[in-house]
Design a protein around this ligand. Sequence first.
Ligand code: GSH
Length: 198
Amino acid sequence: MIKIYGDIASGNCLKVKWTADALRIPYQWIAIDVLAGDTHTPDYVSRFPFAQVPGLELADGRCLAQSNALIRYLARDTPWLPADPFQQAQIDQWLFWEQYSHEPYIAVCRFVMRYLGKHANERDPQKVERGERALQTMERHLSQRAYFAADTFTIADIALLAYTRVAHEGGFDLSPHAALRAWITRCETHLHNQGVTL
Ligand SMILES: N[C@@H](CCC(=O)N[C@@H](CS)C(=O)NCC(=O)O)C(=O)O
């Protein structure tokens, strides 16, 4: 059986958990406490060189890191990652964008407020501005479509849902973004129907 190393408070880890749960992939969850420094032990770093969660260990001991690489691996040969190369590239463009232009702002502002206990005013203004810009990009895209990279739900939606649905915990107001809010509900319903507990 595969092992997923994760911290349940982390959206990056939840992406992997939701994917495995929805696709009925059996796994053992190894709880890692990021704030306690569990990702920096020699044993953990020997498996996962970036010293971060999530991590995936296959039954034969091979290890893989980076949330979007993990969901891409788990969703292979399923409708969540269609075989068509161009469709895969369309999914990939959102996976890369999520890690470079969304997660570093939306997730980091949430971390600062929820885990460091800071007030919204204490967030880095540049991160706030970039986070707002990311939400606007999503709203613009979703005003024409139901899902990010295809007519149906794919791993691009999983990757973007994890932190967007809790963006308010980082001080972001989703009320002006009607298409984005409708997409969140659509994705949550879809995952719920697949048996995922969010
Ligand atoms: N690009 C990585 C980011 C992973 C990441 O930032 N993980 C955080 C928790 S959400 C972590 O492990 N932080 C601990 C640390 O950096 O020491 C991914 O997508 O997996």
